[in-house]
Design a protein around this ligand. Structure first.
Ligand code: GLA
Ligand code: ZN
Length: 672
């Protein structure tokens, strides 16, 4: 199953009419019509209304919300609402509340904080999902199911401890296998009974927080267990929905690069992926782009939904800047360029009270339609309506893959040594950014990928190597492709046990190097690295590399390893393996990645315009769409490299003609 079929990009977002008297609903719908809003996500936080007491269900308000939506010709993404508990449930069954990392059992409050192993939670949540599905399966407004909301976090209660032990028994079968995997003879940890195993937290294996563990093996397994435990909650709700409604697509809203959950383990169970994009303050545009591509990669390149973004400002950060005029439009077209088939907001009307009353909304507290934000939302609604179905279902024909691996992320960041300062996302982003800024479309894919269709595979900080990945990567190079990996890759197996071999372990033959030792220094220590004409800077980790077939491409400039290789290239079969032994700055990474892309003729036509992003989508009928996104506040003056029609303006450009993008402007070129 895929995302719901719609005649145009669903446009709208989270709507909470249950917080308002009905005359306000009239205003909402009047304004929605004005802004071409056709899709409402409802019921995300309505459990305490739909079930005010254990045996009492009351769907009067939800009925009215859905009926009203249908009457207004709007579609509904219906949430099961199980992410925020009603107070009576927490009071009656205290085990639905989580026990935190410090071992404290929480009491009623907040949201997104239920224990995934609590039988009471499971029972009440699935009962709610089942009743909703029974009631609304055939409702004319129903477009998609939205289970729960932003699953995340971990629980360390006794129920979770018990569930963890069961999970471990399934994984390892015997305690001997577990002791071997976790290397428990170290510090006298050999377990002789499953009941001796405690969840890894501040009371057990950890100190100084969640990343400092004495035993990486148990901590990694707890991340995996938590991923599966929350997935179990999702699956239980999905199953009861399916019993009443075999056809309507089901999703849950992810959070992009979200460390606590391995979304690749979830992906097969969603009918379509969706996510909430709230890029960090001052993030470069490649940061949300990387997350979009990661989400697109979850379902093998199928389009995803942008389930939430703010029309103007967030509220949860210490400082919450506004999206400048034009930024919302640009961010929305960027999402579409990367594979989004829906553009939804949090939220339609600003909450009157509680912690999100200052969160941006399409309609503010004064209920006006003559605000800048409303005007921008309405103008975008008009453009999306005009775009119709042109982009729906379109795929991305990338020839460059970037491997993204939660296990490597976890293992790298919970490792003691060589450096706590290396951040997985930052290194991965640097390589992604270099490829995107050079104009390459990039698929961000799991390590289980079949890489046959790719010319270039980027595998930065791939700390853990599992399964037959080595063989698959070697095959890429053997047939003429290029594989890149970096420092701190190929170090550990799936249990975080070091390979009994020279680094980069299984990747060493492909890379043609042997890492002899490694130096880690504080961030102010800069190592100059010479790459052709470019002198760039490297920091944090400096691996000392002995070429074993590879040729040096760049060398360190200082310290006792001055003159030794920092970047190498190895001819392998018809292709190449590139090894980057240190944390190069962005110009250094760009130099390396552009070399590789150039070898495969993958540099884009606007590779010399750093603020211009390009992305290609190919519609189901074969039409090629080229998105041009100008991230600069000045116009971008380009030359068309093909004859095309801009779907947003209807204007035609001929190959070789000047093509100007407005400040923060977008063109969606249909290539002739
Ligand atoms: C998340 C949640 C929403 C809301 C927004 C605010 O994405 O899903 O309910 O809290 O954040 O940014
Ligand atoms: Zn628990």
């Amino acid at each position: 199953m895929t995302a719901p079929r719609t005649p145009k990009i669903p446009y709208g977002g989270d709507h909470n009419p249950e917080q308002w008297p009905e005359p306000v609903w009239d205003d909402d719908h009047r304004l929605f019509t004005r802004a071409r809003i056709d899709t409402l996500t409802v019921g995300v936080f309505s459990w305490s209304l739909t079930q005010p007491a254990p045996g009492t269900y009351d769907f009067t308000i939800l009925d009215r919300i859905l009926d009203r939506a249908a009457a207004e010709n709007r579609q509904v993404c219906l949430a099961t609402g199980t992410a925020a508990l009603p107070p009576w449930l927490a009071k009656r069954h205290p085990d639905v509340n989580r026990t935190d990392f410090e071992g404290r059992r929480h009491r009623y409050g907040q949201r997104h904080n239920f224990c995934p192993s609590s039988p009471a939670y499971r029972e009440y949540a699935t009962a709610m999902a089942s009743r909703l599905a029974e009631r609304y399966a055939g409702h004319p407004a129903l477009l998609a199911w939205h289970i729960n909301n932003e699953y995340g976090g971990a629980c360390y209660c006794d129920l979770c401890a018990e569930a963890f032990r069961e999970w471990l028994q399934n994984r390892y079968g015997t305690l001997d296998a577990l002791n071997d995997a976790w290397w428990t003879t170290f510090w006298s940890h050999r377990y002789t009974d499953w009941v001796e195993i405690e969840p890894p937290n501040a009371l057990t294996e950890h100190w100084r927080g969640p990343d400092h563990t004495a035993f990486q093996g148990i901590t990694l397994d707890y991340f995996r267990f938590t991923t599966d435990a929350l997935l179990g909650c999702f699956l239980a709700e999905k199953e009861v929905i399916r019993a009443h409604d075999p056809d309507t697509p089901v999703t849950t809203n992810f959070m992009g690069m979200f460390r606590p959950l391995d979304y690749h383990r979830w992906a097969p169970h969603l009918d379509f992926a969706s996510w909430d994009s709230y890029p960090p303050l001052d993030a470069p545009p490649t940061w949300p782009a990387l997350a979009h591509d990661l989400m697109r990669g979850l379902k093998d390149g199928a389009p995803f939904w942008l389930m939430e973004q703010t029309p103007s400002t967030t509220a949860c950060r210490d400082v919450n800047p506004l999206r400048r005029p034009g930024e919302l439009r640009l961010a929305t077209f960027q999402a579409i360029a990367h594979g989004a088939d829906a553009a939804l907001y949090f939220q339609m009307r600003a909450s009157r009270g509680a912690c999100e009353k200052y969160h941006g909304a399409v309609i503010g507290h004064a209920g006006r339609d003559d605000t800048r934000v409303f005007r921008e939302v309405a103008e975008l609604g008009r453009e999306l309506e005009a775009l119709g179905d042109a982009t729906l279902g379109a795929r991305t024909p990338a020839r460059t893959a970037l491997l993204f691996d939660w296990d490597s992320w976890w293992a790298l960041e919970i490792s003691d040594g060589p450096s706590r300062l290396v951040k997985y996302q930052e290194v991965v982003h640097a390589y992604y950014r270099a490829a995107r800024e050079a104009g390459a479309d990039v698929d961000v894919v799991p390590v289980t990928v079949d890489p046959t269709g790719y010319d270039v595979v980027l595998a930065p900080v791939l700390h853990m190597i599992k399964g037959d990945l080595r063989e698959r990567l070697e095959a890429v190079a053997a047939r003429g492709g290029t594989v890149l990996t970096t420092f701190l890759s190929g170090r550990v197996d799936e249990h975080d046990r070091a390979f009994l071999a020279d680094a980069p372990g299984p990747l060493a033959p492909l890379m043609g190097v042997r890492v002899d030792e490694w130096d880690a220094r504080p961030p102010q220590v800069v190592q100059p690295v010479q790459l052709g004409e470019l002198t760039c800077e490297a920091r944090l980790v400096f691996e000392i590399v002995l070429p074993r077939g590879a040729e040096p491409v760049g060398t360190y400039g200082a310290d006792f390893y001055a003159g030794t290789p920092a970047v190498t290239r190895h001819a392998y079969g018809q292709g190449e393996g590139w090894y980057v032994a240190t944390d190069l700055d962005q110009p250094g990474v760009a130099w390396v990645v552009r070399r590789i892309l150039a070898r495969h003729d993958l540099l884009g036509p606007y590779a010399d315009h750093p603020a211009v992003e390009t992305a290609t989508r190919v519609a189901p009928d074969g039409t090629r769409l080229l998105f041009l996104l100008n991230h600069a506040p000045e116009p971008a003056r380009l030359t068309a490299h093909t004859t095309a029609t801009d779907l947003l303006t209807g204007k035609r450009v001929e190959d070789g003609e000047p093509l100007t993008l407005d400040p923060l402007g977008t063109a969606v070129l249909r290539i002739q």
